[in-house]
Every structure is written in structure tokens, then in C-alpha cells.
Design a protein around this ligand. Structure first.
Ligand code: ASP
Length: 561
């Protein structure tokens, strides 16, 4: 079975596991409550006696079985209410450590794992459009355990792939720049790449705004959903807004490209600093000339080859890792959020699809004259990894492999254009920000002038340059985009529940954009792009994704002398 098929199967399995066994699955929504923030709940051994309150450390997740459901009596519209649920509470280590004396005073033989019957206060918050929201939210404790079980599997894959990023990018960029040999050529490539990246991003936001104007997703959300989503996710908004406010200014961002300490840049994985240093280092080597520079270039060339072998090893576990990552995201998003935000989510996906087909299709087919099907097939591994990890950075090693092996782009173009794109070019993210901003404005009945919308285009284009290629980065920079256009940041709460799922789609588009621009750049540099066919891939163990691990390892003795 081909690697793509295995990864696709992994995704399908992950989706089914997430939907059926995840924390928000309605199948498992049994009599188990889980509190994400234990500090927000009042737990007493006797509901009538405040003195029996069990101290909960702040932020502690708490799992309980409901023995007797809460009975709030008749609920009054717009009035909050409270009720007590009888629960089986398992004392855990953190709880005991945080306040051992007090718990031991209340509970005989208090030790981790002891189960006590306690009472848990449930609050009923009135919703704007009528009805109440009960917190803690009933979700499945078993679902959380399923996620906790699959999480390490996804993490093994994520860490494996991230492990390759820094050495691969540094080594291959250094070799790529050294082999260019001509600084003017680099300047031309850099200028054109940045220009095309910016243009595609601005077009992406505009498409996002247009589809949101046509579909009007904000009209499909009713007052109850609005209140529920705002109540559920309001707590997380402050965090995103604070991160956005703490973001450095444009000048600082530009200065930051020059590393004070290149080794620190490498350890921190700061992509723009790494690119800068590798470019300067590579140019310096070409100035030393073949005689002195060759040994360094050859060394890093071999490092690069070895890192490519590591990618292939990691790709061998990709189907399992992908299944775990997808199960986690789908499981945590849950079907209820999906239902409420379905039209909004679809608007984003329609926009992304239009952008990918019109803009990338145009670039690849018309500008680069490369057959679309061959191109899509060649970049599929990178798209699948981007989709399942929601990180353009994590997908970078695979994107470079796809560009060089599957498309035939030269190392000097791919090693420069792709790492740059993974941080600077995020069309999917920018498009999504356009839709999200308009959606929030529609829900809150805010009229946006043409000027406001132009500032969304400008801010989202700049924000996509500043956003890191990691999961959820676009949500943080969305806070900045909203501020730029005067849309209240609390609107973020509306879309947070859906964010992680949409992140998968937009990251796949981000990576497709990077690879499309790389293809155009390679053609502009006079290269011939020849997508690898499946038959060639299967036959040649030195190109493509099949059969790369079939080599026999050989011992290597260092030269003596
Ligand atoms: N996850 C995206 C990426 O890595 C960024 C974002 O939109 O959050 O490309």
C-alpha cells in the first residue's frame, strides 16, 4: 500500500475514533462530568455545610461520576440558578498535595485514589436568547482517557518530524546558497518570492471577505448558540488577546531577523534567523571559493542527505501518528460545536477551495505550465502532513522532500523558498481571518465600511507574515486583525471551538501555496519541473516516498590519517 493511502486511512480511523470515543462524543456522554478548571467548582461533603468544602487546586481537572443528578427546580428566564449533584469523587495526588492537612481532616484515610461521595455545585447560567447553560459541562471522562491514550502516539510523530526541521533547513539552505554562487541570483529569487507570497496572501484575504459576504455565515447563528459559545470559550479569549498585544512591532520583527547568536537561533528554531544566518554563511563560503569552502559544503550536503533518511523513518510511523492527531482534534471539538458553526466552517472551506483552485491552479498550470494532476499528486504527502499536524513548520521537511524528489525542483530554490514560505506565507490563515472577521462582525451586527475591510486585508496579510507555522497561530494574530478593524475581540469566543478543525484545512492550503510558489520560482529560474509518476517512484528507491528505507545499513569507519 502506498504511503499516502496509509496516511489517509490513518486520518479516517482518527476521525471515527475522535467522533465516537472523544470527550465530546454524544455516544459516550454518560453520567460522568469532567471539569477543566477544578478551581471553578465548589465541592462539599455536605451541601448544607460550607465548612465541608473540599479545597481544589486552581486549574485542576476533576473527574467525578454523578450519583444523583442536580435538580435546579423550575428555571427562571434570565436568572442564574444553582443545584447540587451527588458525585463520586476520586481524590487525586494534586488535590492532596495542595492541601493535605485540610483534606485529611475532612476525609478519613485520604490518599490518592480514595473515592468519596461528595456534592458538586452546578451553576445554570442564563443564555441571552433564553434557556440556561449548566456548568460544569457534561463530557465523557472515558473520552478524556481515550485522548490521553492516543496523545503520546501523535506526539511521537510530531516530535520526530520537528526534530528534523532545524538541521535539515540549515544544512540544505547552506548547500543551496553555496551552489547558487551568484548573489544577484539570490537577490532576484528573494525579491520575486516575497512579492508573490504577499500578492497571493492579499488575494486570499479578499477571497475570504467575498465568500463571507456572499454566504453571510453570521446570519446562520442563533442567539442561543451565540450565548452558549461565548459562555463556553470566553475564558480562553483573554489569553489570545494578551498574546496578540504582546507581539513585537514591525520594526522589531524586522530587526529580529538578524540573530545575535546563530546557535541560539538554531536551538530556538527561529526560522527567519536561521535563514538569514544560512544565507550569509553560504555567501561567505562562495566568496572563499571552491578550494576553502568545498569541505564545509560537502559536509552539510551529507548532513542534509542523512536528515532526509530520518524523514523517511519518521514517515514510516506517520499513519499511526496522523490517526492519533486527528482523533484528538476531532474528539475535542465535538459535534455540537460543529453543528452551531457549520455554515461558518463551510464558508472557510469553500473560500480555501476557491483560492487553491483559482490562484494556485493558475500559478501552476498557467504560469509554470506544470500539469495540475501531477503537481497535486507530487505534493500530497506534504498536504496530508500539514493537514494532520496543523503546522506548516512541521510539514516543512516533507514539503522540501516533495519539491525536490517528487517535482524535481533544485535544492537551491526549494531550500530557500520553502523555509521562507513556512513562516512568511500563510494564505489559508489569511483567508480564514477574512472570513472570521466578517463572521464576527455579522453576528454582532457591526457594519464594516470599505475602509475597514481594506484594513482587514492589510492587517491579515501582515499578520500572516508574523504568524509562526504552528497550530493555532492564526487565531492569535486574528486578535490583531480584529483590533485593526474595530471588531470586538470577545467575538473570538464564538469561533474558538471550531478553530482547531479549520486550522487543519488552512494549514494544508498554506503549504500548498508555498509549494505552488516554489514551482513558479523554479520555472522562472529556468528549471524543468517533471512530477514523479507512481511507477517511477516505486521503481527508484532514491527518489520519492516509496522504498526509501529498503537500504541495508553499512558500518562506516572514519578515515585514519
Ligand atoms: N497552523 C497554521 C500553520 O502552521 C497557522 C495558523 O493558521 O494557525 O500554517
Amino acid at each position: 500500500m502506498q504511503i499516502y493511502t496509509k496516511i489517509l486511512l490513518g486520518m479516517a480511523v482518527g476521525t471515527v475514533v475522535g467522533l465516537t470515543l472523544g470527550p465530546n462524543s454524544s455516544l459516550l456522554e454518560a453520567d460522568v462530568y469532567s471539569l477543566r478548571d477544578g478551581g471553578a467548582a465548589e465541592v462539599r461533603l455536605d451541601p448544607a455545610q460550607p465548612a465541608t468544602a473540599l479545597p481544589l487546586p486552581k486549574g485542576m481537572a476533576l473527574k467525578v461520576d454523578i450519583l444523583e443528578p442536580p435538580d435546579p427546580g423550575p428555571l427562571q428566564a434570565n436568572q442564574p440558578a444553582e443545584a447540587w449533584a451527588k458525585v463520586n469523587l476520586v481524590l487525586n495526588e494534586r488535590m492532596l498535595l495542595a492541601n493535605k492537612g485540610r483534606v485529611a481532616e475532612l476525609v478519613e484515610k485520604a490518599r490518592p485514589g480514595t473515592v468519596v461521595a461528595a456534592w458538586l455545585q452546578i451553576r445554570y447560567l442564563p443564555l441571552e436568547g433564553g434557556g440556561h447553560q449548566a456548568t460544569p459541562v457534561p463530557i465523557s471522562g472515558l473520552g478524556d482517557q481515550v485522548i490521553a491514550f492516543v496523545h503520546p502516539i501523535g506526539e511521537v510523530f510530531m516530535r520526530g518530524i520537528k526534530m528534523v526541521i532545524v538541521p535539515l533547513v540549515f544544512a540544505s539552505l547552506l548547500v543551496g546558497i553555496a551552489s547558487l554562487g551568484d548573489i544577484r541570483k539570490l537577490g532576484r529569487l528573494g525579491g520575486r518570492t516575497l512579492a508573490l507570497y504577499m500578492i497571493t496572501t492579499a488575494v486570499a484575504v479578499t477571497i475570504g471577505l467575498l465568500v463571507a459576504h456572499i454566504i453571510q455565515p453570521g446570519e446562520f447563528i442563533d442567539a442561543a448558540d451565540k450565548a452558549r459559545l461565548t459562555a463556553q470559550f470566553a475564558g480562553d479569549v483573554g489569553d489570545k488577546a494578551a498574546k496578540a498585544a504582546a507581539a513585537p512591532s514591525t520594526i522589531e520583527n524586522l530587526l529580529n531577523i538578524i540573530p545575535e547568536n546563530p546557535l541560539q537561533a538554531l536551538t530556538n528554531g527561529d526560522m527567519l534567523q536561521i535563514i538569514f544566518f544560512a544565507v550569509v554563511f553560504g555567501i561567505a563560503l562562495t566568496m572563499l571559493g571552491e578550494g576553502e569552502g568545498k569541505i564545509v559544503v560537502t559536509f552539510f550536503d551529507k548532513v542534509q542527505h542523512a536528515m532526509i533518511m530520518v524523514i523517511h523513518m519518521v514517515m514510516a510511523v506517520a499513519p499511526y501518528g496522523v490517526a492519533a492527531l486527528v482523533a484528538e482534534v476531532v474528539g475535542q471539538s465535538g459535534a455540537s460545536v460543529l453543528g452551531a458553526l457549520l455554515v461558518y466552517g463551510l464558508t472557510v472551506v469553500v473560500g480555501l477551495f476557491l483560492h487553491a483552485t483559482l490562484v494556485y491552479g493558475g500559478l501552476v498550470r498557467v504560469l509554470a505550465k506544470v500539469p495540475l494532476m501531477g503537481f497535486l499528486k507530487a505534493i500530497r504527502p506534504a498536504q496530508l502532513i500539514a493537514f494532520s499536524t496543523s503546522s506548516s513548520s512541521a510539514a516543512l521537511p516533507v514539503s522540501m522532500e516533495c519539491a525536490e524528489d517528487n517535482l524535481g525542483v533544485s535544492n537551491s530554490v526549494s531550500s530557500f523558498v520553502l523555509p521562507l514560505g513556512s513562516t512568511v506565507n500563510m494564505d489559508g490563515t489569511a483567508l480564514y481571518q477574512g472570513v472570521a472577521a466578517l463572521f464576527i462582525a455579522q453576528v454582532f451586527d457591526i457594519q464594516l465600511t470599505l475602509g475597514d475591510q481594506l484594513s482587514i486585508v492589510g492587517a491579515a496579510t501582515m499578520a500572516s507574515v508574523g504568524a509562526a507555522g504552528v497550530p493555532g497561530a492564526g487565531m492569535v494574530t486574528l486578535a490583531m486583525v480584529l483590533t485593526a478593524s474595530g471588531i470586538p475581540q470577545v467575538g473570538l469566543a464564538l469561533i474558538l471551538g471550531m478553530d482547531r478543525l479549520l486550522d487543519m484545512f488552512r494549514t494544508a492550503v498554506n503549504v500548498t501555496g508555498d509549494l505552488s510558489v516554489t514551482t513558479v520560482m523554479a520555472v522562472a529560474e529556468g528549471e524543468t519541473i517533471d512530477p514523479l509518476s507512481s511507477a517511477e517512484d516505486a521503481k527508484d528507491p532514491n527518489r520519492g516516498f516509496e522504498g526509501r528505507l529498503d537500504r541495508e545499513p553499512e558500518p562506516i569507519e572514519p578515515d585514519q590519517g
